[in-house]
Design a protein around this ligand. Structure first.
Ligand code: PRP
Length: 175
């Protein structure tokens, strides 16, 4: 049986995204930044964030995944869609839905650093520090969340639940 409970409501997420966007707007106002989202999870956050920022930005996406159908990271990062935009000398902001073990984001930041952007920062909406395996600096953070398997607002479990407006905890009974 599917049991889900709301952890962070749509309203709370909206308020936080607005708050983050205001800070980012100040920071990147005249810099024409490149925002790089990590697919698939970040697509909802990215869409809301750039519209709330309301300044000219460029976007691109990379597709990285390590979970597949499992609830725990496999630790192996699979690369799907690659970055198409040159980033040398650009102001780059990585947009991530959730930092869990940190392996995905470390992989991407190391890759991007080698391409010598003018600046490279990370904005993550959710952080689950209890699961961290490698240290990653989160420059702009929305929420710190407990060690529970969460879905919604773009996050999935085996491709389900991405459409939910709230961030929800899925119980183990889900089949
Ligand atoms: C999730 C999430 C992050 C990553 C975080 O992606 O969207 O990108 O895991 O986990 P980590 O810090 O332990 O590396 P997932 O692998 O589930 O792919 P998806 O975004 O396509 O669902």
């Amino acid at each position: 049986m599917t049991e889900i409970e709301v952890l962070i409501s749509e309203h709370e997420i909206k308020e936080k995204v607005t708050e983050l966007a205001a800070i980012l707007k100040e920071e990147y106002q005249d810099k024409h930044p490149l925002l790089i989202g990590i697919l698939k999870g970040s697509f909802v956050f990215m869409a809301d964030l750039i519209r709330s920022m309301g300044i000219p930005v460029e976007i691109d996406f990379v597709q990285l995944s390590s979970y597949g159908a499992a609830r725990e990271s496999s630790g192996k990062i699979k690369v799907g869609h690659r970055l198409k935009t040159p980033i040398k000398g650009r102001e780059v902001l990585v947009v991530e839905d959730i930092v869990d073990t940190g392996l995905t984001i470390r992989f991407l930041l190391n890759y991007l650093k080698r391409k010598r952007p003018a600046s490279l920062k990370l904005c993550a909406l959710f952080d689950k520090p209890s699961r961290r395996v490698v240290d990653v600096p989160i420059d702009y953070l929305g929420f710190t969340i407990p060690d529970a398997f969460v879905v919604g607002y773009g996050l999935d479990w085996n491709e389900r639940f991405r459409y939910l407006r709230d961030l929800c905890i899925v119980s183990e009974e889900v089949k």
